[in-house]
Design a protein around this ligand. Structure first.
Ligand code: PMP
Length: 459
């Protein structure tokens, strides 16, 4: 952390005050600003570092809500955006087209699991989920199967905050208050390996969760349009991880019952899970693949829903009502598409996944001694996602929520120049892929220190 001069501190304080006078921040109890939670004005970013207006810098261990892949202000993506902005900033995407969107759709289909044939663009993750849910329902409707209007979702899943996406999520903190407004999905048990019985392997737990899904489908399968899930990692649900066998079995069950599988890879796509897409680890193709976040390297909001020719063809008709009329003003925004193409070019030109394997192995090495801490109940990892489940000393029992240990850890890490924003009492590393060995080392040292400090101070 660089040390601060008084003019910079004054500058930061001024921006903080102006912000808190007019803005309303997401996922925040605004009452906690400015006292419980510091608000951190940022002036610029470079690589894994966010530079604060107070002169301090912060290692972005969470890739700014899991969006950033190759570092802040990555020059190739920044340049592609600047060039595109000077050529065509936006054009209505109904009836009109442009090169970046066409090339992006071609590239995504070439990279995605085999069998996906169409790309629908939207502008954030929740919108992609809404699109997939609506498309699934509507495609059955268009084929005369009007009985299917239910979705199956997993316990502890998360798919976004708009009403449809929230409805198929199962995190009480976000969902409970809005429950009276939401469609009611059928919730199936999560394959989350943390929930395995003593002596039960992750694989066997996945098999057991799939058996429970089979029961739901046997009873109500004819009413169901789709199963929606986050492949391999339930990210917002606390970076809970599961065995790919669940995906294989879920795919088979969906086929058996003639329902769609919606894979929400908004968080785990683009190399986070170790493979380009998490579904690859189970060798399955979903009927809908939802992508966002890393799609633009973390630069601009954009999402894509990839689907099959069969789904697409269900909408081809003389009637406008049978068309998929869902639209957003900024659908197919050329600048966002250019950012996505520049991101995919980095995957094409550099051995990103191979390098990530080395980085992930280093993360595992550095995390192992931290896992020895009595308050670390588990260290788990899937590719470039590594999580520390905190608990009571030498136990799997959660820490008392009122202690707000995660919040203590967040503040302690910020003071040490690391942005480590926990999910409850789960601390995790999900850094930009460009993180160096030295930076990882620093991250590990700070993590060890804040786990120790927060579990003592808050105990
Ligand atoms: N699905 C998953 C798996 C996510 O992690 C998120 C965002 N955290 C979303 C959907 C929603 O994306 P957005 O925040 O862009 O609406």
């Amino acid at each position: 952390m660089t040390m601060t001069d008084p003019t910079m501190l004054a500058d930061a304080a001024l921006w903080r005050t102006r912000d808190l006078a007019v803005l309303w921040h997401p996922c925040t109890q605004m009452r906690e600003h400015p006292d419980t939670l510091p608000l951190v004005p940022i002036s610029h970013g470079r690589g894994v570092w966010l530079h604060g207006m107070d002169g301090n810098r912060y290692l972005d261990a969470v890739s700014s809500w899991w969006t950033n892949l190759f570092g802040h202000a990555e020059p190739r993506i920044a340049n592609a955006i600047a060039e595109q902005a000077q050529r065509l900033e936006h054009v209505i995407f109904a009836g009109f087209s442009h090169q970046p969107a066409v090339e992006l759709a071609e590239s995504l289909l070439a990279l995605a699991p085999p069998g996906l044939a169409r790309v629908f663009l939207a502008d954030n993750g929740s919108a992609a989920v809404e699109v997939a849910l609506k498309m699934s329902f509507h495609s059955f409707f268009n084929r005369g199967d009007t009985r299917r209007r239910k979705f199956i979702a997993l316990h502890n899943g998360y798919h976004g905050e708009t009403l449809g996406a929230l409805a198929v999520g199962d995190i009480p903190l976000y969902r409970r208050i809005y429950a009276p407004l939401l469609i009611e999905p059928l919730f199936a048990p999560s394959p989350d390996a943390w929930l395995a019985e003593p002596g039960e392997s992750a694989h066997d737990h996945a098999v057991r969760a799939a058996a429970a899904l089979a029961v739901i489908l046997a009873e109500q399968g004819e009413d169901v349009c789709a199963l929606i899930l986050e492949p391999l990692v339930q990210c917002a649900g606390g970076m809970r991880m599961y065995h790919p066998e669940y995906l294989r079995r879920a795919r088979a069950l969906c086929d058996q019952h003639g329902i769609h599988l919606i894979a929400d890879e908004i968080a785990v796509g683009f190399g986070r899970s170790g493979s380009l897409f998490a579904c690859e680890q189970a060798a399955i193709t979903p009927d809908f693949l939802c992508l966002s976040k890393g799609l633009t390297g973390g630069f601009l909001p954009l999402s894509a829903v990839l689907t099959t020719a069969a789904v697409y063809e269900a909408f081809l008709d003389d009637s406008r009502e049978r068309a998929f009329l869902h639209s957003h003003s900024y659908t197919g925004n050329p600048i966002a598409c250019a950012a996505a193409l520049a991101t995919l070019a980095i995957f094409r030109d550099e051995p990103v996944l191979e390098r990530n394997r080395t980085t992930a192995a280093h993360m595992a090495q550095l995390a192992a001694p931290i896992g020895e801490h009595p308050h670390v109940a588990q260290v788990r990892q899937t590719g470039m996602i590594l999580a520390f489940e905190l608990g009571q000393a030498n136990s799997r029992e959660p820490l008392p929520a009122a202690q707000r240990t995660g919040l203590c850890a967040y503040r302690a890490a910020l003071q040490r120049g690391v942005l480590l924003r926990p999910l409850g009492d789960v601390l995790y590393w999900m850094p930009p892929y460009c993180i160096s060995a030295d930076e990882l080392h620093h991250l590990a040292q700070v993590t060890a220190a804040v786990i120790d400090e927060s579990t003592r101070a808050c105990a």
